[in-house]
Ligand binder design. Structure first.
Ligand code: ADP
Length: 409
């Protein structure tokens, strides 16, 4: 029996010593045995470098508690511990990942823990690298996407600058020629000065709109754009601004309708910004709706929120572009919008201004049938002495600027 036992022990020793996984035996938290692979894993030169050392000392700080708990449970319950992962610091100061599985044994007559260790650092690093590659790829695609948007933006912005400048230059040249032909009498030389001045003014507004949009965008991005909240009647603000663009809808033969289920709703808003939002949505609706179409602006009171809808029967927006248009410089391709003017920053400003009010904007649209932009604004009241009536400061100027790329007799 003894011979057989001695022989078996020799086999076990051979297997344990030459096993490619690390095997250690721990008694009272200290190493009492380590095979060749374990010596290598822990960065030691010989078994004695490990014997007597505290196993927990190798585990990184934030995993020590977990490891200690598991070791105590193993001895207490005389059980196995399922597979776990640990990060350790080796004797030669490397940070490596181990996969460990432990079991209770009696070793040299004492309760002990036998642990099999696998160095999984390489596969872990490969996993991390794979994740990095996926993340880097995503970032590159995002950068490419924004680069393309920027390229399109620069093309559009050059076009936006060039068109009004060419018109201005053309008008100036015609006036110059006519004036030279008869300095004292504009009318007799056939110069319709009023018309040329109107064209020049409209194109100055177009340039002003572009510059204003760019400035607003920068202000929003840098956090300089702040809300000037006042308690006011949102219904009259929306109604007034809607009706004040009627000359453009009439001129284009579009039916403009305003509908509300309430007469008054007082809430804290920044009037200028609400007007800006409405003018942008309305100018888009006029731009993209043909003669005979309809624009319906409506307000619904949902007690805690107010819904403002701007709905048109225009060309609609393809499904795959419905998110893009709210992004910086996002436009539906020019061919689809029949080369309507703009450089695609209006709606991203609208979205930011709505979000600043704590609200959101959504779009329902079907190509060829029309679009509906719905703004949800939370109803808040701020503490202030008096309610502000809807002012119409510079309203005409604001409309002229926002509608500058829509022709009106
Ligand atoms: P811009 O400043 O160029 O007017 P916007 O951000 O206001 O740009 O609009 C972006 C794009 O969304 C427009 O170029 C147009 O393609 C599309 N769009 C916006 N509103 C409408 C609408 N009511 N009907 C159809 N297309 C629209």
């Amino acid at each position: 029996m003894q011979d057989l036992f001695d022989e078996n022990e020799k086999y076990y020793e051979f297997i344990v010593d030459n096993c490619s996984d690390g095997i250690v035996i721990i008694q009272k938290g200290k190493f009492v045995f380590a095979n060749k692979a374990a010596i290598k894993i822990f960065g030691a030169e010989k078994e004695n470098d490990l014997i007597g050392r505290n196993a927990i000392d190798f585990v990184i700080d934030n995993e020590k508690e977990k490891a200690l708990k598991r070791m105590k449970e193993l001895i207490k319950n005389k059980a196995n511990i399922p597979l776990a992962e640990y990060k350790i610091i080796t004797l030669d100061n490397r940070h490596i990942y181990l996969e460990v599985v432990s079991s209770f044994i009696i070793y040299r007559g004492k309760p002990s823990q036998i642990t099999i260790l696998k160095d999984i650092t390489s596969s872990k690093r490969i996993n991390e690298l794979e994740k990095d590659i996926v993340e880097n790829k995503r970032q590159i695609e995002e950068i490419q996407y924004f680069n393309n948007l920027l390229k399109e933006f620069f093309t559009n912005i050059s076009h936006e600058l060039k068109t009004p400048l060419n018109v201005l230059l053309g008008a100036i040249q015609v006036m110059e020629r006519k004036i030279k032909c008869n300095v004292n009498d504009y009318c007799s030389c056939g110069l319709d000065a009023d018309n040329y001045l109107k064209i020049m003014k409209q194109n100055c507004y177009r340039l002003l709109r572009l510059v204003n949009n760019l400035l607003d965008l920068t202000k929003i991005d840098t956090g300089y754009s702040k809300l000037n909240l006042k308690n006011c009647n949102i219904v009259s603000i929306v109604e007034d601004i809607t009706l004040s663009i009627s000359k453009y809808t009439e001129n284009k033969g579009i039916n403009l309708v305003f509908d509300t289920d309430i007469e008054e709703k007082y809430m804290a808003v920044d009037v200028d910004k609400i007007e800006r939002i409405m003018l942008n949505l309305l100018s888009n609706a006029v731009k993209f709706t043909d003669e005979g179409g309809e624009i319906l602006v409506s307000i619904k009171d949902l007690d805690d929120n107010v819904l403002i809808s701007v709905k048109d029967t225009g060309i609609g927006i393809p499904y795959d572009k419905q998110q893009v248009i709210f992004e910086r410089f996002g436009q539906v391709e020019r061919t689809l919008t029949r080369n309507k003017e703009g450089c695609g920053i209006g709606l991203s400003i609208v979205k930011s201004l709505v979000n600043m009010h704590g609200g959101n904007i959504t779009l329902n649209s079907k190509e060829g049938e029309g679009s509906e932009f719905i703004i949800t604004l939370p109803v808040k009241i701020i503490k202030e002495e008096k309610v502000v009536e809807n002012r119409c400061e510079n309203k005409v100027e604001k409309i002229n600027i926002e509608f500058s790329d829509i022709y009106c007799d």
